[in-house]
Design a protein around this ligand. Structure first.
Ligand SMILES: *[C@@H]1O[C@H](CO)[C@@H](O)[C@H](O)[C@H]1NC(C)=O
Length: 157
């Protein structure tokens, strides 16, 4: 058991810039569904815990997150109030890569240091939230989306 904890912690420490969220369990339990949390500012997004980190997920177009029911629902039923459901800010340090002022209309994306298939979104607290591209795609910082590897021209390190 101790060894497992160390492995989990060491991976987190080594990863360095990957931010944890203390509302997420350190380890995923395959027996239970993942922990889902409200997004700090956007009603059409929610956070999913993955190995102790909060990963941003999007609701299907037109739907809003209902944190009581833990699913995406029609906005008039979801009663989502951005920022209000957020009780504890993410337990992470703001990143120097993120702007000091959050502008939801101009999201800031940060390429991952090692993994071409990953990138970060700056959250309203200036914290980098790790994202994963759909399988086979690479983050393209020129256009700010997951792209075909030959277009993204990312060099795996
Ligand atoms: C979630 O859905 C239920 C049932 O439709 C509703 O009563 C509630 O106000 C919704 N929103 C929140 C944040 O609980």
């Amino acid at each position: 058991m101790k060894a497992t904890v160390c492995v989990a912690l060491c991976v987190v420490l080594l990863a360095g810039t990957v931010r944890g969220d203390d509302r997420c369990p350190a380890e995923d339990d395959p027996q239970v569904p993942p922990v889902l949390l409200p997004h700090p500012s956007d009603c059409d997004k929610f956070l999913q815990c993955s190995h102790g980190h909060a990963v941003v997920n999007k609701c299907p177009p037109g739907l809003h997150w209902n944190d009581s029911l833990k699913w995406c629902d029609f906005p008039e039923q979801a009663h989502c109030e951005p920022g209000v459901t957020q009780t504890t800010p993410l337990a992470a340090e703001p990143s120097p890569n993120c702007p000091g002022v959050y502008d939801p209309d101009h999201m800031v994306y940060v390429p991952h240091e090692q993994d071409c298939g990953r990138y970060y979104i700056c959250d309203p607290y200036g914290v980098e939230l790790e994202q994963t591209c759909p399988s086979g795609l690479h983050w393209n910082p020129l256009v700010n989306y997951c792209d075909f590897p030959e277009l993204a021209q990312c060099e795996e390190q």
